[in-house]
Design a protein around this ligand. Structure first.
Ligand SMILES: C[S@@+](CC[C@H](N)C(=O)[O-])C[C@H]1O[C@@H](n2cnc3c(N)ncnc32)[C@H](O)[C@@H]1O
Length: 214
């Protein structure tokens, strides 16, 4: 019997242990988060955001449309931001929001550190399957309950190493959002859930995939 390796079946990223897990985010998916944040906070445009795992800057560019300033850094010198290992301690810059699509195998560590550093809030884009797991619940979600989970209704196609305009995926993604100081911690049973309705068509912009074509 042949093995079914279609993208509809292969929902898991199989990454080498030392992989940087570079899967750039289609800009519309970042705009979808920012539209939700801007609706909740009319003062968002005066705030500053940091993508601490920015890759080639595909999240920083849409962040700059919604924030006063968007800054990017990454452990690898892709040429789109500062070079720094986010998980090393010392001399971290101060930002209102810290937002990223973290390397999958380090997502928990990223979330912990983002929540601890951000002045207003932190948000990570993850596979929806990240929400399950007894260990992760015990270590992260029960101790730091998110304020909101925003589940994409549409699929967010992500491919290793490059943006793909007409890509496809069988993997579901969501944003997990934590509000930090000065908000009161969210009780464990009070995390809100909302769908991100279909929005790709209206949130894509000319030039979003220009670097792909170049
Ligand atoms: C899934 S990609 C996301 C890239 C970008 N944020 C985006 O959404 O397009 C994960 C990124 O994490 C970076 N990375 C991996 N380990 C890191 C670390 N310890 N500190 C900072 N960046 C790291 C990788 O180089 C890669 O660019």
């Amino acid at each position: 019997m042949s093995q079914n390796t279609s993208s509809a079946v292969m929902q898991q990223r199989h990454e080498a242990h030392d992989s940087l897990d570079f899967f750039p985010t289609p800009p519309w998916a970042t705009r979808a988060l920012c539209a939700c944040l801007a609706e909740a906070d009319p003062a968002l445009k005066g705030k500053r955001a940091w993508d601490p795992a920015c890759g080639t800057g595909d999240m920083v560019r849409p962040l700059s449309e919604f924030f006063e300033l968007a800054y990017g850094s990454d452990v690898h010198p892709y040429g789109a931001g500062a070079v720094r290992d986010f998980l090393l301690h010392g001399d971290e810059p101060v930002f209102d929001w810290i937002i990223t699509n973290p390397p999958f195998r380090l997502a928990e560590e990223f979330a912990e550190k983002m929540i601890g550093l951000a002045r207003c809030g932190a948000a990570i884009l993850v596979r929806t399957a990240f929400l399950e797991g007894v260990g992760r619940h015990s270590k992260l979600f029960s101790r730091r309950p998110p304020q909101t989970i925003l589940q994409f209704v549409e699929r967010v196609p992500m491919h290793r190493g490059r943006l793909v305009e007409n890509g496809s995926t069988a993997t579901a993604y969501c944003w997990i959002v934590w509000l930090c100081r000065p908000h009161k911690p969210v009780p464990a049973d009070r995390t809100a859930f909302a769908w991100i309705p279909p929005c790709r068509r209206i949130l894509e912009r000319p030039g979003d995939y220009a670097l792909v074509a170049a």
